[in-house]
Design a binder for this molecule. Sequence first.
Ligand SMILES: [Zn+2]
Length: 471
Amino acid sequence: MSKPKVNKQKMKELKETADNKRVWHPNFLKYTEFIVGHANYKGLFYERGDDKKVKWVITGKSENGQLRRAWWDTQCKKHGIKLEAGCYAKVALKIHPTKKHTCQICGRELSLEYVYPNKRTITGIKKEFGISVAPFTKDIFQIVNELVKTDADIEKVKRIFKIKPSEKLSKENLKDYLQKYFVESFAKGLLSPGAMSNSPDRFDGYHSDGACCRHESDKGRHKSNLQRYGQDRRVYENWADGDWKMADRLMSLFRKSGISADHIGPISLGFCHRPKFHPLTKAENSAKNNRMSLKDVEVLLEDETTEQIVSWHSKFIWDKLKDKVANDKDAIKLSDLMRKNLHHILIVFSMIDEKGYGKFLEQFLNPEYSFFDYQFEGFNPETGKYKKVTSKKLTGKNQQNNIKRYYRVAFDKLKEYKEIENRKTNIWKHKEVDNEHEKLFVLLKAKKNKEAKAQLENVFKVLANTAESNW
Ligand SMILES: [Zn+2]
């Protein structure tokens, strides 16, 4: 056995435990009892945990997982389904007694058939009918019933589904047609099921979270992955400077004490991720909503005399406006302008990345902090102060993976910015910004790194001037 395989198995086991331990919606609990008790699943292995709940998930590779796999194989044979990729998905739907799945997270019941319009279809409905359909709220038949009144409406649906205009369909025919050619043929691309297939890991052969919550829990997994390492995602997303490793370590000490650590200068405004926080309760922190008070600005000005407090890209706006703050209202004004400015900065980054100069941007990330770990002595969560910090050098695979993750999160954020429509016209009102921006790309093309860096600073200076004119 090669090493990575063992790790992968371990990861899966961790996930399995996490899934079984996740808080179940009461409806999901009822659903699991209904399913394990149903004759259609007779002979499919399961056991109960100490809490008496069904252990719903088992990894396919484990011994018990193999038992489940053998059972699914038998079912395929019994129902005349060839053992090949996708066969479990087919048989899971076939034997499901109600064809309705209950979501583990929100408790909603959704159909397992391909009946829900996906994003593309929802866009089509909006375009043809001017109606917004929320994802996974109505199936396509409910939608047809509600929207189709006239022959012209039938044509609209035909256009959405790219059905030939020559196909003559009444409202009832239309539904039969959709049933036959889309729902029953699992036509991916326009309709989706309410839960994704996952045999033999899950007892019923479906992911525990319904499509209603799939996105949420995916995000959650992503987040918990980072949180397991005590990392603050926003640091990477906002391309923040600062010893993020030391700051992360200190922040997790707050978290362990149930106290939310608040940056004095918020990362989302362009400030550094520094190992210095205000202790706040969670409610206080969310009420603050990433805006600074006069007191915050004063602390930052004081700290600035001894250390870097603002990320290099946001230094230009900070230097232009910091001395104008005279009261809390000004501090809020500064916060809002800096927030907007950071958006502009990330838009500029996203354009650089899009043109293929991602390598140029890598110099603005700080992976080197990954190679140290810190321990704080005499930490007091009430004040956020500590007596002493010691550092330890780290080397190893974990650090390399950390760095990869760091790069990925940072560049994924830029891809998100790429999706923003008219991102350029949102910020570029000045010809001057355009000019500086174009000069930058000339230098990037010529591979003049130093000059390009200076030119990028010029772009940010122009943006800072624009912000000042809005003061
Ligand atoms: Zn749900």
